[in-house]
Design a protein around this ligand. Sequence first.
Ligand code: HEC
Ligand code: HEC
Ligand code: HEC
Ligand code: HEC
Length: 228
Amino acid sequence: MKTLLRTLPLAVLLWLVQSASVFAVDDVAATKHNLASTQPTAGNIRTADTAFVCGFCHSPHTEAGGPAPLWNRTSPTGPYTMYTSATMDMTAAASPASISLACLSCHDGTVAFDQLINGAGSGGYNAGGASQGWAFTDGTSAVANTMPAGVTNLGTNLTGDHPISVTYDPTADTAFVALATVQASSVQLYGGSEDQVECASCHNPHEATNPTFLRVAIDTLCTTCHIK
Ligand code: HEC
Ligand code: HEC
Ligand code: HEC
Ligand code: HEC
């Protein structure tokens, strides 16, 4: 590798470094999912009360059994109305499964951004996940500590949103790409059998190189799973 790097022309090296497809690196801090004081973009929601970017979602020390790895947020309780349709052939859960519940802990608008199990800094652990009492702004004016009304607030009625917590099963509907092919693609299936479609199947909460955190660019995202 060293010899190869030494012999490559500088232009090629620069291209390799810049090319996101070769070196795609997650950078949460640069996205709207940075709710901390380091949020770089005017207009995006942030608080001046902590610089701990990851802490809004994860903590190194939190409760066991959260919906996502080392999850630091209070889970919403719904109840949710799930997507239904006469033409659905696969099996969907009656309520959102863990990874989707993690997203909905901000995106259904019922849990405050700062309802954290382990607050930043010394002490601050509260298993109940109470609000830390932090103040949020859009960089200029005060904003609420919950998801603003609008397209980013899905609410608890999910009947107008792409089905989630569905067991991906192309044998039930042949208009779908083979399971193994999807598992090998850039979308992410969850659960022990790696066959559950969740919010984070399409969105990577850590990276917004594609608009709206999409794991696959919008032109080919849908046909990663659907044969249409
Ligand atoms: C807005 C919420 C949010 C923030 C902020 C966030 N994460 Fe995550 N993270 C998630 C969710 C949801 C999952 C589970 C879905 C998944 O695995 O992609 C996850 C999964 C992970 C995982 C396990 C799966 C994987 O991708 O390796 C790691 C490690 C991780 N996050 C690290 C971090 C670190 C480090 C930071 C801060 C730099 C961070 N996260 C910030 C939401 C967040
Ligand atoms: C800690 C709270 C929090 C969690 C957890 C969270 N988000 Fe967000 N998300 C936000 C905020 C805040 C915004 C910006 C909302 C706004 O300005 O209207 C946002 C914006 C988004 C956007 C729109 C981005 C854009 O450019 O318009 C998408 C898509 C999104 N989140 C998906 C997810 C998914 C999927 C998950 C779970 C894997 C998730 N989020 C978890 C807080 C969160
Ligand atoms: C099958 C793929 C898929 C699933 C599953 C999915 N989304 Fe999305 N989502 C998208 C796409 C594609 C867009 C962008 C649509 C557009 O460009 O108009 C989007 C947009 C969004 C937006 C931003 C809307 C905007 O215009 O700013 C939010 C927030 C969001 N999704 C959250 C979620 C949450 C939370 C879940 C789970 C409850 C979820 N998504 C499940 C594909 C998906
Ligand atoms: C990760 C795989 C995956 C991706 C990516 C995906 N879908 Fe789906 N989609 C599914 C599954 C699974 C179902 C449930 C199918 C069933 O039960 O028959 C579904 C259902 C649907 C349905 C409802 C079908 C019905 O019978 O009611 C529509 C419409 C749809 N998807 C459109 C889209 C669009 C548009 C995109 C891209 C933005 C997309 N999907 C991306 C897996 C995916």
